[in-house]
Write a protein that binds this ligand. Sequence first.
Ligand SMILES: Cc1ncc(COP(=O)(O)O)c(C=O)c1O
Length: 383
Amino acid sequence: MRSINMLDLKAEYDLFRDDIREAVDQVLESQYFIGGPAIADFEAAMRSRIGASEAVAVSSGTDALLCSLMALGVGPGDEVVLPAFTFFATGGVVARLGATPVFVDVDERTFNLDPACVASALSDRTKAVIVVHLFGQCADMVALREVVGDRKVALVEDACQAIDATDHGEAAGTLGDVACFSFYPTKNLGGFGEGGMITTNDEKLGAFARQLCRHGQSDRYFHEHVGGNFRLDTMKAAILKVKLAKLSEFTDRRRKNAASYDRLLAGSPVTTPLVRDGCKHVYHQYTITCDRRDDLVAFLRDRGVGAGVYYPLGLHRQPCFAGKGGGGSLPVTDRLCERVVSLPCHPMLADDDIAYVAGAIHEFFGTSMSVDATGKAGAKARA
Ligand SMILES: Cc1ncc(COP(=O)(O)O)c(C=O)c1O
């Protein structure tokens, strides 16, 4: 039986092995393990890639979010609005700073913040809105800016899943006041360990975030602020810089895989991802919605296909937020948590892997893939 997983990191590594070893060797020879030229090089590469004037390498996507909120002065008494349908870190950082997370609902088709829900959640205490570009597609920042209007409310992009995504040509990471990326190994730009980046076009904010990453020190052993140790290791930066060279190619492969799924799943009862007009989706996840989700996941696993459920429980229902911003019902998030399933979409997949997965989905629902969809006359790409 075939085995088609959500990732194939070993196959990816095979493409970079020599260059990565050389980059690691250079770091070892330099004996710069914190800071140094490899960090500066990677930050410069990210600045030009994203088109932001400031890029600060940090220890993880979570720390990018934490440090960004610290730089914005978020603290006790403040509220931060964010989607309930996201990875835990987006809300966890708000609570860690003593602020109140205000969880709101998302759009059922794009999985991203619903601007109308944000509008009704804003209050005099709102300090920021964290806008997650979930699964690799930009949220509607234009509508969100309109909703926020003249209020002094920062828009923080959680672009952890959206490196390379654009909206009308503008890159994720430049659409808000400050943005956060993750280089967790499974991300589209996956590192060798934890890692992250803050980008902004606000020079002052970028400099403050950089200071906070080094325990808030203004000069060696002089601390103007209480920050943390949020630095990215030099070795990881050197590796990420090597991997960045193939990011466009990997993004294209993800997008090609997604287009194949869109075509091959036509005629099945699943709902495929909606791409907003003008958006370049980078498919960190290719996420469909359907009835009998858990049975489908079990069926796919039986056929050697790894499928993921991101996410099975909204943040508003997480026990740790009970009485601390959590509670209530957010109908779209609640429904999505029961209906979403993400299919393998990584860049190392072959065309017939995609056909195999789509065929298995048709088989589960008792539908069949159209001849047009397979592109091969007479073929029925059944599992
Ligand atoms: C939407 C989102 N936000 C934040 C994070 C946190 O990033 P990290 O795992 O690098 O801390 C992730 C990573 O999983 C994420 O997907």
